[in-house]
Design a protein around this ligand. Structure first.
Ligand code: PXP
Length: 238
């Protein structure tokens, strides 16, 4: 059964809507962990549009399970990560105008920069995960960087316009999971996973962890965060 990493960025998005203190992402993280989350994920974006440097510092101190920092290759963000030392760093592409992470890292194009950042993080004892599309060439290159974890982008699966295309995306994720595992990589998955489409991904043998944010925080508005997390956890469990 895959583990559940809960991304709490959108707790901070709500806080930023008023520019005040509530709701507090660190308090949210504590509730998620109590409700069964296996790790807490937060994305420190270059524009600090939701999670900020203080959140990251406080999360590092508070998160009793694994703290996974999502980050771009920006040198200032890298410096923060090296100082804070999360348990895991997930490298993602970042564009200023995007609403959320669009597509995986292009490891082929940015191979040297990704390899350098991976080494610097690993030298500090931080496990490195690369967020990539489920594409064989990207997986091969990801392996060559020295990273030992990948997170397969499930966005195209989520956005597939027809059940047939959705099934094709699912099959692709399954095939690429097996391939990456055959290289010895640990495989996570995430992005756009919702209560109606997570189970099929969770059933893929060998997926280690699912990282889910937006749908859990949305559901929390109606049923509370504790219940939203435990519903997702149960769903993963089947
Ligand atoms: N994994 C990665 C690498 C992401 O960038 C995000 C979004 O921040 C997620 C998972 C979670 O995506 P969602 O909020 O759509 O569940």
């Amino acid at each position: 059964m895959p583990k559940l990493g809960v991304n709490i960025d959108h707790v901070a998005t709500l806080r930023q809507a008023r520019g005040e203190k509530d709701p507090c992402p660190v308090e949210a993280a504590k509730i998620c962990l109590k409700a069964g989350a296996d790790s807490i994920v937060a994305h420190l974006r270059e524009d600090r549009r939701h999670i900020n440097d203080t959140d990251v510092k406080n999360l590092r101190k508070t998160v009793t399970k694994r703290f996974n920092l999502e980050m771009s290759l920006n040198k200032d963000i890298l410096a923060v990560a090296l100082k804070i030392k999360p348990d895991e760093a997930t490298l993602v592409p970042e564009k200023r105008q995007e609403l959320t992470t669009e597509g995986g890292l292009d490891v082929i194009k940015h191979f040297s920069r990704i390899t350098r950042a991976t080494r610097m993080l690993q030298d500090q004892g931080i496990a490195v995960s690369l967020f990539i599309d489920p594409v064989k060439k990207q997986i091969q290159k990801a392996y060559a960087t020295g990273a030992r974890v990948i997170e397969l982008h499930t966005g195209n699966y989520d956005l597939a316009p027809t059940p047939k295309r959705c099934a094709m995306q699912l099959a692709k994720i399954e095939k690429m999971t097996h391939y990456a595992q055959s290289l010895g990589l640990i495989v996570n998955a995430g992005h756009g996973l919702k209560y109606h489409n997570t189970r099929a991904i969770a059933k893929i043998p060998g997926i280690e962890e699912l990282n889910i944010g937006h749908s859990i925080i949305c559901r929390a508005i109606f049923v509370g965060l504790k219940q939203a997390v435990s519903e997702m956890k149960n769903l993963i469990r089947g």
